[in-house]
Design a protein around this ligand. Structure first.
Ligand SMILES: [Zn+2]
Length: 374
């Protein structure tokens, strides 16, 4: 009934060597096809993703199970952030990391390896379990693009378990923020900076006055705001006639999110009025937040699975988005599970071997649900 630590380690080491940045996940998709076909499972490719977005679609692996149980979605994403080429993976004192020149990619290859182990154990040991839909998405790291494109008609799942939170193992994420991205184009008027600055309107000054009035960072326990990129101007002797500003707002509270968006718009418009320029702004809804009650079935099943493997589960919220945001938005209540990866999205990324094994054990307990106790 139990997992194979050796197999988990071998699979993880194979998988982290595959370079799979967003839009180029095919190498991982092929690896998964080979592994699942060895188990006699077929892999379906979701072709709803435009080819221009990625060199593969999302993968779905169905494992039929006990009819009386609800179908469960279990998922992880195949893409990783850069730099990932030719990683030198070091295993020392029970921890996987790299030599510091690349990321490790445990985000989210730890999740993938756990789900593969779940399938392997269930098939090889012929263990009774709920019907499963394992979903491996593309382009998670570039705005949950794969999950958003997922063809819902291919799924029967009633609830979902995403193996992709950077929180410590034991955490179950039941709350995540909505995310809005914004773009402001500030227009001033060009003029010679020495001869006739009076004839110009400085777009950089408009933008900086607006930004100086904006609360940024953690605005409240529920809300964060960031200006992430600014570009504009041309030369030191020209009053700059345009600046572009990009940023984002996230909040667990929809009203607070909208209030912050209004404030951004107001600060930029006021500054433009005062200095004689113009601002056009765009706010783009990136993904919706979710908040699941502790008594909802998916949360209860997550906590019960933790208890069945002897772990004291913790309900937590996060400031980041994941495929769980998308699954919740399309009507599949989903929690995100802490994988225990540290320093993700950096070359200091690391994960404990014990957590890889914990994830697989938890996945098995989720897949078996109440059957576990029989
Ligand atoms: Zn991730």
């Amino acid at each position: 009934m139990s997992i194979s630590e050796e197999r988990i380690k071998a699979n993880f080491l194979e998988l982290v060597k595959l370079n799979s940045p967003s839009r180029k996940e095919k190498v991982v998709a092929q690896w998964l096809r080979a592994k699942f076909s060895q188990l006699g499972l077929s892999v379906e490719e979701d072709d709803s993703m435009p080819e221009t977005h990625s060199n593969t679609g999302n993968l779905i692996v169905r494992i039929p199970g006990k009819q009386a149980e609800p179908t469960l979605l279990m998922s992880a994403h195949m893409d990783v952030v850069a730099p990932m080429e030719n990683p030198k993976v070091i295993f020392e004192d029970g921890i996987f990391r790299t030599d510091g020149n690349t990321i490790l990619g445990a985000d989210d290859k730890a999740g993938i390896v756990a789900l593969l182990e779940v399938a392997t154990v269930l098939i090889e040991k012929k263990i009774e379990h709920a019907p499963l839909e394992l979903v491996f998405t593309v382009c998670e790291e570039v705005g949950l693009v794969g999950a958003k494109a997922l063809n819902l008609a291919l799924l029967q799942s009633r609830m979902g378990f995403v193996f992709d939170s950077s929180k410590p193992f034991g955490n179950i994420i039941t709350q995540a923020p909505s995310n809005v991205r914004f773009y402001c184009r500030v227009e001033g008027k060009a003029a010679h900076a020495g001869v006739c600055p009076e004839a110009g309107v400085n777009a950089i000054q408009i933008a900086s006055r607006a930004i100086a009035q904006l609360p940024l960072g953690r605005i409240s326990p529920e809300t964060t705001c960031n200006i992430g990129k600014i570009a504009g101007g041309g030369a030191t002797n020209i009053v700059p006639d345009f600046v572009e500003v990009w940023g984002g707002v996230r909040s667990l509270d929809q009203a607070a999110l909208e209030a912050q968006n209004d404030l951004i718009e107001e600060c930029f418009q006021k500054s433009a009025r005062e200095l004689g320029g113009k601002v056009e702004s765009e706010f783009t809804h990136s993904y919706s937040g979710f908040s699941l009650a502790p008594e909802s079935e998916v949360v209860k099943r997550g906590m019960e699975a933790m208890a069945r493997i002897g772990v004291d589960g913790q309900i937590a919220s996060t400031g980041g988005g994941s495929d769980a945001n998308v699954f919740n938005a399309i009507g599949i209540p989903a929690i995100n599970i802490g994988i225990g990866c540290q320093g993700s999205h950096s070359t200091k990324e690391q994960i404990a071997f014990a957590d890889l094994c914990n994830l697989a054990s938890l996945g098995l307990a989720v897949a078996r649900g109440p059957i576990f106790d029989k």
